[in-house]
Ligand binder design. Structure first.
Ligand code: ADP
Ligand code: MG
Length: 254
C-alpha cells in the first residue's frame, strides 16, 4: 500500500510564516508583551521544537501560529492564507481544516471510543469518515487494538496517541502541540514523540511542538529558544545534552 503523504513537497511557501509578530496581553499598567518581534518561517515537512523558560511566550507563539490568537501587530500566514485580520468565521474554517492541535491534557471526549474521538473532526466538518486513513494512523500510532476503548480505559500515553491521530485525521497543514508529553512518564513520552517524528518523516507533516524537556526537543529537526518573547537562539539537529546546555546558559543570562 502506498502511503498517502500529507504534504506533497511541492508547496514552496512556508507551512507557517510569522513576520514581526508582537503580542501584548492587557492594556496600560497591566500590559504584558508576550511576543516581541518574532519572525520565523516553518518549513513544510519539518519538526520544530519551541523551548524557553516559563512565561517566555511559547504558548503565545504556538497560538498565533495556529490562528487561535491574533497578534497585536505583525502578520501570520498559514500557507497562502493570511490569518491576521481574517474574519472569525473564515478563520474558524481554516483552523478546522488546516490545523491540528495536541494539548498536554489530551482533551478527548470521555463518552466516545478512541475511533470516534479520532474521526470527530471529520464529523464536525460534515466530511465522510475516512476509515482507511484512520486505520493507517492508528496502526502507525500503535493503538490499532485500542480503537473500541473509551479514554478512561487507556493509559495517558495511549490517550495522547489517540489525540495525535485525531489531530492528523484532517491532514492538516500544520500540527501544533503544546507540551504534549508534559503529563506523561518517560516510556509514554517516547512513544508519543516517535509518533510525531514518524508523522514528519513518513507523512510529510509539519509539526511545531512546545516543550520544556530537552529529550523531547531532541526529537525535532530544530529548536527555537525563546526568552522574554524573542527568539534568542536556534539549534539544528539538536541533542538532549546541547539543548540542556543552551537552556542552562539562557537561564543564567536572565
Ligand atoms: P510560556 O508558554 O512560555 O510559559 P506564555 O505564552 O503562556 O508563556 O506567556 C507569556 C507571557 O504572557 C507570560 O508573562 C504570561 O504571564 C503572559 N500571559 C499569557 N497569557 C495571558 C493572558 N491570557 N492574559 C495576560 N497575560 C498572559
Ligand atoms: Mg505555555
Amino acid at each position: 500500500m502506498t502511503v498517502q503523504k500529507i504534504s506533497t513537497g511541492q508547496r514552496l511557501s512556508p507551512a507557517v510564516s510569522l513576520t514581526q509578530v508582537r503580542h501584548v496581553y492587557g492594556v496600560k499598567e497591566t500590559a504584558v508583551t508576550a511576543l516581541n518581534d518574532v519572525t520565523w518561517n516553518f518549513t513544510p515537512g519539518t519538526f520544530t521544537a519551541v523551548m524557553g523558560p516559563s512565561g517566555s511566550g511559547k504558548t503565545t507563539l504556538l497560538q498565533c501560529a495556529a490562528g487561535l490568537l491574533e497578534p497585536t501587530t505583525g502578520s501570520v500566514f498559514l500557507g497562502d492564507h493570511q490569518l491576521n485580520g481574517m474574519p472569525e468565521k473564515k478563520l474558524a474554517i481554516i483552523r478546522r481544516d488546516l490545523v491540528g492541535f495536541v494539548f498536554q491534557a489530551f482533551n478527548l471526549m470521555p463518552a466516545l471510543t478512541a475511533a470516534e474521538n479520532i474521526t470527530l473532526p471529520l464529523r464536525l466538518a460534515h466530511r465522510a469518515a475516512d476509515q482507511a486513513w484512520m486505520n493507517e494512523l492508528a496502526k502507525r500510532a500503535g493503538i490499532a487494538n485500542r480503537l473500541s476503548h473509551r479514554p478512561h480505559e487507556l493509559s495517558g500515553g495511549q490517550q495522547q496517541r489517540v489525540a495525535i491521530c485525531r489531530a492528523l485525521i484532517t491532514k492538516p497543514r500544520v500540527l501544533c502541540a503544546d507540551e504534549p508529553t508534559g503529563a506523561l512518564d518517560k516510556a509514554s513520552s517516547k512513544a508519543v514523540l516517535s509518533v510525531l517524528r514518524d508523522a514528519v518523516n513518513e507523512l510529510g507533516q509539519t509539526v511545531i511542538m512546545v516543550t520544556h524537556d530537552p529529550v523531547a526537543a531532541a526529537h525535532a529537526d530544530q529548536v527555537l529558544f525563546l526568552v522574554d518573547g524573542r527568539i534568542v537562539d536556534v539549534m539544528e539537529t539538536p541533542t538532549p545534552e546541547r539543548v540542556a546546555a543552551t537552556m542552562t546558559r539562557l537561564a543564567g543570562e536572565d
